[in-house]
Design a protein around this ligand. Structure first.
Ligand SMILES: [Zn+2]
Length: 56
């Protein structure tokens, strides 16, 4: 199961998970396999914290 990389909370509702990722270098068609390897998942709470930090 996916877990938030910041607080470790399990992400039970994948519709409420957020992913931080680098843009694929080749094509958007590779996004599926790219996500599996390179994505970092965060829960909604931690995304809000990071947004706040980014603004400051
Ligand atoms: Zn979190």
């Amino acid at each position: 199961m996916l877990a938030c990389q910041n607080c470790g909370k399990p992400l039970k509702r994948t519709d409420r998970a957020y992913f931080l990722l680098e843009v694929p270098h080749r094509s958007i068609g590779e996004i599926r396999s790219f996500l599996a390897v390179n994505s970092v998942a965060y829960c909604p709470d931690c995304v809000q914290i990071m947004r706040t930090k980014a603004l400051n």
